[in-house]
Design a protein around this ligand. Structure first.
Ligand SMILES: [Zn+2]
Length: 401
């Protein structure tokens, strides 16, 4: 079926790429044309369905680069996950995927779940059995024995086990490999958040083995040692990148410059709940953490948007709040849109498929009532979400007058 969607402005994704009185022509799950309304309309067939949204904005569907669908964002998400059998956990994950779609997220990267369930969900959504975003799944993250998130099933003890676990994840349908380069806050016992779990040589084996099966590598790294090991190993994205050391922070400008030079993307994992951080960490420490992101960006590091949804208080139904974190840091709206569309797609290796409005790309797009270039909060005023060409009316669009 052909669909012609026109609006007051169409944003293709990259900053500055804006068409006034624009339109997008969609056939089944693909974008056929984008441009000025009259030009695109001239290409539409007789039976094309026309949806006109005067005063509204059309833009690419959003990408949340860091979620955990298996976690429920409660105070005890690990216990909540462990209490469930596969069926009830999968149903919960399906519901959370739908919440993401409801907030305009048409692609999400799951960075750690249990029993390959995110792959099952990915298939059900791709086949059209369930509404939800495109899912890229890391399956079980690699970690050391008793290390961060060991309970997800990715413990490795040596080089041989690193290789077999990367291969096993690939066989189980993983879209990428995730590795825990440092400890993490949610796991009881094991290395501390700032402590490295793997050497750079071990991480290099992960990257090598993943490359053999055509997969990218995302690395969880809070501590500076772990960040340095990941950069030396040549990973594709660094999650969190908090520059932690045993006693406070260890910030290394030359390492940040290397991240930029190597084209490694950083996903800070900004919770929708970020406004609470100054209360949790103290004003001064939170301000230092926030400033580190603009510092990295100033050194040329490319940041991408992600929520770490599923961990305590990182909900699935408030993606725009996590984008507002970047606005709070001073990034202009068109830059924030790039972080969650074109740049995110590039970081995830799916830039030929989604992340921008272009002919031949999958029809992942949003219609919002007002102008997100004025204020990113406008992304809450969703009228329509198209995910792989399938129309989805967010609940909010039905209650807004
Ligand atoms: Zn995470």
């Amino acid at each position: 079926m052909e669909l012609l969607i026109s609006a007051g402005q169409v944003l293709a994704g990259p900053a500055g790429d804006r068409i006034v009185d624009g339109a997008v022509l969609v056939a089944d799950e693909k974008i056929v044309a984008i441009g000025r309304r009259d030009e695109v309309a001239a290409r539409a067939g007789q039976d094309t369905r026309v949806l006109d949204f005067p005063g509204a904005t059309v833009l690419p569907g959003l990408i949340d680069c860091h979620v955990h669908l298996a976690f429920d964002a409660s105070a005890q998400p690990i216990e909540a996950m462990q209490e469930r059998d596969e069926f009830s956990l999968l149903l919960g994950m399906a519901g959370r995927a739908q919440q993401l779609l409801d907030t305009g997220v048409t692609t999400t990267r799951d960075l750690g779940d249990r029993d390959g369930l995110a792959v099952r969900l990915r298939e059900a959504i791709a086949q059209g059995s369930l509404a939800g975003p495109r899912i890229l799944s890391a399956t079980a993250p690699l970690t050391v024995r008793g290390g961060h998130c060991w309970f997800l099933g990715g413990e490795v003890a040596d080089e041989a086990e690193i290789r077999t676990t990367v291969r096993r994840n690939a066989r189980n349908g993983a879209d990428l490999i995730k590795v825990m380069a440092t400890g993490g806050g949610m796991t009881k016992g094991g290395p501390a958040t700032w402590e490295p779990q793997f050497s750079s040589a071990e991480l290099r084996i992960v990257v090598e083995e993943a490359a053999e099966v055509g997969l990218r590598v995302a690395v969880h790294a809070h501590g500076t040692e772990g960040i340095a090991n990941a950069v030396a190993a040549g990973v594709h994205t660094i999650e969190h990148c908090s520059w932690l050391a045993k006693d406070g922070f260890d910030v290394r400008p030359e390492l940040a410059e290397e991240i930029a030079a190597k084209g490694i993307f950083v996903c800070p994992g900004a919770s929708p709940n970020w406004r609470m951080l100054p209360k949790a960490f103290g004003e001064e420490r939170a301000a230092a953490m926030f400033a580190r992101l603009t510092w990295m960006a100033d050194l040329g590091v490319r940041l991408i948007a992600g929520t770490d949804a599923g961990v305590p208080r990182a909900v699935f139904n408030d993606f725009v709040s996590s984008l507002e974190f970047f606005s709070h840091l001073g990034f202009p709206p068109e830059r924030v849109i790039e972080m969650t569309t074109v740049d995110a797609a590039e970081a995830l290796g799916i830039a030929e498929e989604t992340g921008r409005l272009a002919p031949g790309h999958t029809a992942d797009l949003l219609v919002v009532d007002s102008d997100p270039l004025h204020d990113i909060a406008a992304l809450r005023d969703l009228r329509l979400v198209l995910a792989a060409g399938r129309a989805h009316l967010p609940a909010r669009s039905m209650i807004t007058p």
